[in-house]
Structures are given as structure tokens and as C-alpha cells.
Write a protein that binds this ligand. Structure first.
Ligand code: AMP
Length: 575
């Protein structure tokens, strides 16, 4: 068995794994035969469920299920699931481990290495957290690439011969990235990227929930009860309605027995796309700043773009295509399925890294998406002003990059220099994100301004930073790794986390179709009333009896029958 190199799109809502075989990229199906695996984790005792079954259980067991944890990567947030505590990295690791198992089962080979994608605008802490998640999942990952760069590679694969100036707009579940790039004879040059890590499809759902709550308050004089299941059901109904409104201009949002302060309410609300788009306007407006910044950094105007590529599930909303058409004066292109482009590009990068000759003519260059620098103090009119941001690597610098800046002592007999590293675009450090603190010691004592330290920032292709400092007069060098970061684990902590995850048992792959069918049916059962509910209840009971029988043929037959009922009822929860 020789090892394979795969690409993984670790998304906020869905994750995918893809591979290049015989020069052709393809997304690998999971144990259910589906290409998109929901980034959801459910814990039931010491068993873990990942993917669609977990996504369905978010409705029936919200206290035991985590979704959208990618948004918390690099923070100290903890998730409590069935009495166990997880970090966002650990939850991501469970998703990655599941994708690895899926790839290995489908390809009949071990995954030797993976290329994993992150939003371009992910900062230092979020990238390091992603690396930890890969470590925890036992995935060997040397390259992390930016999602829009991956999308560009996927398009580049099909536009090898063309010369093209393009803009990629990537609106996923939780993040928005804009990338200006140029494709020329297989060379994909990323010119600039910008983004918003707190803007994605989920925010549009939040806006819809707000709309529903206002309607409840004004039309029914009540409010949603403080009930996790009720909230999860309303969210799910909004998510489904949002998707329906991508194809239709009107829909109906219905939640039966919604718990409110006045008791259970059969909630029903007609929605029109036009009306909702008014509500979405502030979110659409927020997309403009990163677009303008990316164009400005690339030295381009909107009208220069020859193609606008839409990536990410949320770009299926017609208002996003209209926004792009208005801004760029051309209809955006969607020749690859928007939710697959990133995974395909990651697989192309993995093949490139593995030296696959089928893609050897492709090259992608990337740039730093934000500025990195340190805090300095300056004497101005006899007073010392602290916290001035001194950039070392500016955004838009082509990667890999290494830059040195020299900093002099500012007081007499100063033997130490504190290096506080920040990321961001503000002149004041406190407005930027602090990503690490280091101290250079052993500077020879002397009058202010006579000693100096050269600080070098090296920013690798993964967008991960290394810092070293040399005392100029003694040539003494110090190398630092970012240790202070939130979510950063020591080797011991990493081992402990890995051991803790290893104690959790995954559901066996062969059981997943059954567990998923039951979880989906349970979630829909909670939604339905009357005849439909009875019909589903019957199919569920028959399937459960088949499971008891342990007869594989009967189980498969009754599972199909149950799935057919789910399909026929047509009100099913999300994939
Ligand atoms: P991604 O992270 O790229 O998979 O994007 C996921 C986001 O796309 C989620 O917020 C979904 O709600 C959204 N999405 C997926 N399909 C649709 C659709 N048909 N219409 C609107 N939004 C969608």
C-alpha cells in the first residue's frame, strides 16, 4: 500500500477531502456516499459521531453537539458536550480524522500527507490552531494554503492556457475572502487578498432569525423561550428557507410547536427574497470594504477583472451574484461547484507537492494577507509614546518573505528589549491583534540609542511566522517561536489531548448509514405533526425492528424504505 496525498477543505459548515488521480481531481465520498461532510460533532457517552448524523442531532441533542467551531479556532473557547470539554482544535481534529478515514476507505491506501486550507484572512493564531488540529488528528500536514488560492488553483487547472485577471469572492459559512489574482500559462499569481473572518452564510441566517423574532414580538406579542432545542429548530428552519430562496423568490418558514414565553406556538411566516435582501443589506455592505481593499492592494480597478469567480456555498444566494455583477460589471463565473472548488484546489496543491507530473506546469504564488510588526516606543517632545505599531512584513508581500528591521535602545543602560508582535493594519498596537511576546536579553549596557537589535520576521508559505533577533554589537542571535498564543499547546498538552481523543470511539463506518438514517428521522419526527408524523414514526419503528434482527439484507431494505419516506415528506433537515 503506497500512501496518497490528499487535499482537505476544513469548512465552517462542511468539509471535503479530494485527490488528484491520473491528472484528474475528484472529491472523495464519505461513508454515506456524499461529497460534503457537515463539520459537526456529536458526543454520546464515549462515542463520537461526525458529519451528517451529528448535524441532524444538533436539532434533537443540541447540548451534545457542536457546529461552526471553525469560527472559534485560535480562541480559548471551550465546548461542553455531554459532560466532556473540547477545544475548537479538538473538534476540528475529529472532523479531520473522519475525512482521513473516509479517504483511506475509498482509496484503499493510507493518507501519507494532506494539504489543508484556511481562509486567507485567518491570522497567526487561527493557522497555528489549524496545525494543531491536524496534529491531533494524526494527519501529516506540511502545507496549509489559503482557500481562495486553492480555488484559483482549481480554476487554473482548467484555464491553463489562458491569460486571465480574476477576482475570487469566497463566502463560506463563517468567513469572507476576496482575492485578486492573475493566471498566466499555468502560473497563478495571487496579487492581494483581504477578508472578514466574521462574515459568512451563518450571519445571513442570524439576520433571518432576527426577522422572525421581531415578527414574534410585533405580531404575536411574545418571544422565543430560553430553550436550546427551540432555538436550534428555528435556526434550522431559517437555514432551509435561505436555501429555498436561492432558487425561488418566495417561501414559507414554518416551525410547529415553537416554545415561546406564551407557550407552544405553530410558527408560520411567508418570506420573500426581496424583503429579506433589505435585511441582508448591512451584511452585503460589509462585503465592500474587503473587496475594495484587495483591489487597491493589487493596484487594480473593478473593471479590470476579466472573470469573477464565486466560491463557497453562500455565493449561491442571488444577492451575492448581483452584488458581484454590479461591482465588476460582468456576470460572475461558477464553472466549478462553489462548494467543491477549494477542496479540488487543495488536492491539486497536494499533487504538486507530491511531484505529480500531471500538474507540474502549475505554480501558485501567495501573499501575506495582513501586516505583521512589533510594538515600539518613541520619544516625542520629551515624552515616551508607547504602543506604536512598527510594521516589519506588510500585507501584500509575496510569500515566503523574510524582512529585517533594526531597533535601537531608547534608554540608558537598557539591557533588555521586549518584542511584542502584532498583526493588523492600525497605527496603534492595542487596535491590532497581539500574537506573541518575546524578550531579548543580554544587550550590552550603554547610552540610549547606541545599541541595536535586528529583528527578522520570516513568514513561510503557510502564512506561519518565525521571529529572530540579533544583538548587532555582539552578533548574538535569539530565535523565538510563538508560544504565548491562545490555544497554543505544549508538547505535553498535545500528547494529553491526543490521548484523550484516542479514548473516544468513533461509530464504525459500516454503522454510519444506519445511525445517520435514525438521526435524520428523529430530527424530522420532532418537526412533524399529525399524519406525517405517524407515517414517519411507523417507518422508524420498522427500521429499528430490522436493526434488532441484525439481518444485513433486511436492515438495508428498511433503511432505504425509511430514506424514501424522508424524501417523500420533503421537509427534511439539512444535509
Ligand atoms: P461552505 O463553507 O463553503 O460550505 O458554505 C456554507 C454556507 O453556504 C452555509 O452558510 C450555507 O448556508 C450556505 N449555502 C449552501 N447552499 C446554499 C444555498 N443553496 N443557498 C444559500 N446558501 C447556501
Amino acid at each position: 500500500m503506497s500512501g496518497v496525498h490528499v487535499g482537505i477543505d476544513l469548512g465552517t459548515t462542511y468539509s471535503l477531502v479530494a485527490v488528484v488521480q491520473n491528472g484528474e481531481p475528484k472529491v472523495i465520498p464519505n461513508a454515506l456516499g456524499e461529497l460534503l461532510t457537515p463539520s459537526a460533532v456529536n458526543v454520546d457517552g464515549d462515542r463520537v459521531l461526525v458529519g451528517r448524523a451529528a448535524r441532524a442531532r444538533a436539532l434533537t441533542h443540541p447540548e451534545a453537539t457542536a457546529v461552526s467551531f471553525k469560527r472559534d479556532m485560535g480562541t480559548d473557547r471551550k465546548y461542553e458536550l455531554s459532560g466532556r470539554t473540547f477545544t475548537p482544535e479538538e473538534l476540528s481534529a475529529l472532523v479531520l480524522a473522519e475525512l482521513k478515514r473516509d479517504a483511506e476507505a475509498a482509496l484503499g491506501a493510507e493518507v501519507e500527507e494532506a494539504v489543508v486550507t484556511v481562509p486567507a484572512y485567518f491570522g497567526e493564531l487561527q493557522r497555528r490552531a489549524t496545525r494543531h488540529a491536524c496534529d491531533l488528528a494524526g494527519l501529516h500536514v506540511e502545507r496549509i494554503i489559503n482557500e481562495p488560492t486553492a480555488a484559483a488553483l482549481a480554476y487554473g487547472l482548467h484555464h491553463r492556457a489562458s491569460e486571465l485577471r480574476a477576482v475570487v469572492l469566497d463566502l463560506g459559512g463563517g468567513t469572507f475572502d476576496v482575492t485578486a489574482l492573475e493566471i498566466m500559462e499555468g502560473v497563478i499569481e495571487i496579487q492581494a487578498s483581504a477578508g472578514d473572518t466574521r462574515l459568512g452564510g451563518e450571519d445571513f441566517v442570524d439576520a433571518m432569525i432576527e426577522h422572525c423574532l421581531e415578527w414574534l414580538a410585533t405580531e404575536r406579542g411574545t418571544e422565543l423561550a430560553d430553550d436550546a432545542v427551540g432555538r436550534a429548530r428555528l435556526r434550522e428552519a431559517c437555514e432551509l428557507a435561505k436555501r429555498r430562496l436561492s432558487d425561488a423568490s418566495e417561501t414559507r418558514l414554518a416551525v410547529s410547536g415553537l416554545p415561546t414565553s406564551k407557550g407552544k406556538l405553530d410558527f408560520e411566516l411567508p418570506l420573500s427574497r426581496a424583503r429579506l435582501e433589505e435585511r441582508f443589506q448591512p451584511l452585503l455592505d460589509r462585503m465592500l470594504a474587503p473587496i475594495e481593499r484587495a483591489l487597491r492592494d493589487a493596484g487594480r480597478r473593478a473593471s479590470d477583472a476579466q472573470e469573477v469567480l464565486l466560491v463557497g456555498g453562500a455565493t449561491r444566494m442571488p444577492c451575492i451574484a448581483s452584488l458581484a455583477a454590479k461591482l465588476f460589471g460582468r456576470l460572475p463565473l461558477r464553472s466549478l461547484p462553489p462548494d467543491e472548488a477549494v477542496a479540488i484546489g487543495a488536492a491539486v496543491q497536494a499533487a504538486l507537492k507530491a511531484g505529480d507530473s500531471a500538474v507540474a506546469d502549475l505554480v501558485a504564488t501567495d501573499v501575506a494577507p495582513f501586516t505583521l510588526g512589533i510594538a515600539t516606543a518613541q520619544k516625542l517632545h520629551d515624552s515616551l509614546v508607547q504602543g506604536i505599531f512598527s510594521p516589519i512584513i506588510e500585507r501584500g508581500t509575496v510569500l515566503p518573505a523574510s524582512r529585517v528591521e533594526r531597533f535601537c535602545t531608547i534608554s540608558n543602560a537598557q539591557t533588555r528589549l521586549k518584542l511584542e508582535v502584532f498583526q493588523g493594519e492600525h497605527a496603534r498596537c492595542e487596535k491590532n491583534q497581539r500574537i506573541g511576546d518575546f524578550e531579548v536579553r543580554g544587550i550590552p549596557s550603554g547610552p540610549a540609542g547606541t545599541e541595536a537589535v535586528d529583528v527578522r520576521f520570516s513568514y513561510d508559505m503557510n502564512g506561519v511566522l518565525d521571529v529572530d533577533a540579533t544583538i548587532v554589537s555582539t552578533n548574538e542571535a535569539h530565535t523565538f517561536t510563538i508560544e504565548r498564543s491562545a490555544g497554543r499547546l505544549s508538547r505535553r498538552e498535545l500528547e494529553a489531548a491526543r490521548a484523550r481523543l484516542a479514548r473516544l470511539k468513533f461509530h464504525p463506518r459500516e454503522a454510519l448509514p444506519n445511525v445517520t438514517a435514525i438521526s435524520r428521522a428523529d430530527a424530522l419526527y420532532a418537526e412533524l405533526v399529525g399524519h406525517e408524523r405517524a407515517q414517519l414514526g411507523h417507518a422508524l419503528a420498522v427500521f429499528r425492528a430490522a436493526l434488532e434482527s441484525q439481518d444485513p439484507k433486511l436492515i438495508a431494505q428498511q433503511r432505504e424504505a425509511l430514506l424514501a419516506v424522508l424524501l417523500a415528506l420533503g421537509r427534511e433537515a439539512l444535509k
